[in-house]
Write a protein that binds this ligand. Structure first.
Ligand code: C5P
Length: 263
């Protein structure tokens, strides 16, 4: 198991490294202003479908040129070869992580992991973490039933997280309330990236199943994804700092052993 906890750097640096800011904006100028302001404050910028379709791969290259890390959140779901090729392009862009839908099948995940590994070896690229989306947090038990999935949300999340692990995926994207169940089913080696995080006392608007950063870290999340509370804050830098401070409190509550075991 890789140990990423950097003892010398301390908790603040480690918390920062594990904060992913969702760059959900529709203008390159706005994205660039946020990137410049938040580069020293967050570890990773998440580029999703909206910004990627607006600004293209250039926005990923720009973040990389400025020294930032990228989570390319395009949630690939297609035949195995197509997803694998998309994954190779993501690796060529230099992203730190990208995601696919676990429901695309174990073969789709396996082929993608293998192809990306091969390309990274061949082209001397850094290998991105490949994450699996299990069940979107917007889906209810009834939504699943209507598309023919009778298992219920939690069972389906566990089933897909296990499938992802067996397919050699690096981790999963999971809501805060799924972390404990996934850890129990899949152990500590799976990286868990968690959206649905809100700072204490914030207006918990459209995220029904939220936790504070401290709670999510204590629950076992490795990376937190936060968008709105930083983006819409009067002072995004202060908002990011407050979240990092809350994450530090979460790490403070962990034993050294459980902290070093995180990926
Ligand atoms: O709400 P917020 O802006 O913090 O969301 C950050 C990111 O988390 C968004 O880009 C969204 O894609 C993702 N998200 C999610 N599940 C939710 C809500 C948001 O994956 N229930």
């Amino acid at each position: 198991m890789t140990i990423h906890w950097r003892f010398g750097a301390g908790r603040a640096t480690e918390s920062k490294r594990r904060l992913i800011f969702a760059l959900d904006v529709d203008s390159t100028a706005e994205a660039e202003a946020l990137i410049d302001a938040l580069l020293p404050e967050v570890g990773v910028f998440k580029v999703g479908k909206q910004l990627f379709l607006h600004a293209g791969p250039a926005i990923v290259r720009r973040i990389r040129e400025r020294g930032g890390e990228v989570f390319l959140d395009l949630k690939f779901h297609d035949i195995p070869r197509t997803v694998a090729k998309a994954g190779v392009e993501a690796a060529r862009l230099g992203v730190k992580m990208f995601d696919v839908h676990a429901s695309g099948s174990d073969e789709m995940m396996r082929v993608t992991v293998a192809e990306v590994r091969r390309a990274c070896r061949r082209e001397a690229l850094r290998r991105p973490k490949i994450l699996a989306v299990t069940v979107l947090t917007s889906l209810s038990r009834d939504d699943l039933k209507r598309v023919g999935v009778m298992a219920g949300v939690e069972n389906q999340v566990v089933r897909l997280a296990r499938l992802a692990k067996e397919s050699a995926m690096d981790g999963v994207v999971a809501s805060p309330h799924e972390i404990a169940t996934i850890r129990k089913a899949c152990g500590r080696s799976l990286t868990i990236v968690t959206p649905g995080v809100r700072p204490p006392r914030a207006d918990w608007d459209d995220q029904k199943r939220v936790m504070t950063p401290e709670q999510a870290i204590r629950a076992g999340a490795d990376y937190l994804v936060v968008g709105k509370p930083i983006r819409d804050a009067k002072d995004p830098v202060q908002a990011a700092r407050a979240i990092v401070a809350d994450m530090e409190r979460g790490f403070g509550g962990l034993t050294l052993r459980s902290a070093v075991e995180r990926t």
